[in-house]
Design a protein around this ligand. Sequence first.
Ligand code: NDP
Ligand code: A1CAB
Length: 279
Amino acid sequence: MAKPDADAGWPARLLLIGCGNMAGAMLARWLELGLPAERVTVVRPSGRPVAPGVTVVTQVEGPLEPGTVVMLAFKPQQLGAVAPGLTGLIGPETVLLSILAGVPAARLRSAFPQAGAILRCMPNLPVRIGKGVSTLYGEPGMPDGVWAQADALCRALGLVEWLEDEALFDTATALAGCGPAFVYRFIDALSTAGAELGLAPDMAARMALATMEGAALSAASSDVAPAAMADAVASKGGMTREGLNVLDEEDGLAPLIARTVRAARDRGAALAAASQQAD
Ligand SMILES: NC(=O)C1=CN([C@@H]2O[C@H](COP(=O)(O)OP(=O)(O)OC[C@H]3O[C@@H](n4cnc5c(N)ncnc54)[C@H](OP(=O)(O)O)[C@@H]3O)[C@@H](O)[C@H]2O)C=CC1
Ligand SMILES: O=C(O)[C@@H]1CCC=N1
């Protein structure tokens, strides 16, 4: 597993503004890989502890040390409320990494005009086990060192994909940021179908989960494309083909997933608008 070098890669200081499901998963993974806990401060209104050695405060406190990476990890709709208390602390020595869905870099730049660099990162929940996907986008002209640091931080969490065109960020968010939720639904549907046809529900649930895990792992370790792997399961005249014929109907799985991803993608624009109105 690639991980940031102890001194070159881990930020000198990491300040998380919000640490719920998503940032909590990222931080847990980084700590597991060796990020020194004493470098991390978390701002969260509840003041709930995060991990041994990590400082938790309920309000942001300055000044920030040069080289601090500030990660925005509250809800996108809260940007207007949170930014005023933070903006005066963010200077040219600060790198701002935002995981806020839908909030464009230009909106972040207008909220934090002095920031040294602004990046967007869209992780997903499997980062917790180093099997996540992080999409990254940096403002044009970002220094190489910032690029490398963000890349190393996210590579410790799994696959990293950089976007040159920010216009595609909401699409990437819909596919990979939201994607685990869609996959979890599929697992449930497979399990429910088995139970409705007579299997004990707990047995069906175990089988659906293990089938998804095995299929995903075997696809990930194969050179064969998933579509061809599906055909390899389907014996001529056999049972799988009958099932695939249903999934492959004109109004079957592909258009359903296309509508799903499109709906999620389109919500990004609404979140962007909400983050503007919050000013
Ligand atoms: N969940 C996911 O799979 C993904 C989420 N994201 C993005 O991550 C962000 C957080 O989502 P998620 O972790 O799911 O949400 P959660 O509700 O789990 O976490 C939100 C966090 O924000 C904190 N918070 C609330 N108000 C403030 C405030 N005024 N100042 C500072 N912190 C505050 C909360 O504090 P407290 O802990 O005290 O309640 C909590 O830690 C969102 O912007 C979302 O778009 C991105 C990719 C995937
Ligand atoms: O639902 C959301 O808005 C965030 C973005 C990706 C996953 N969760």
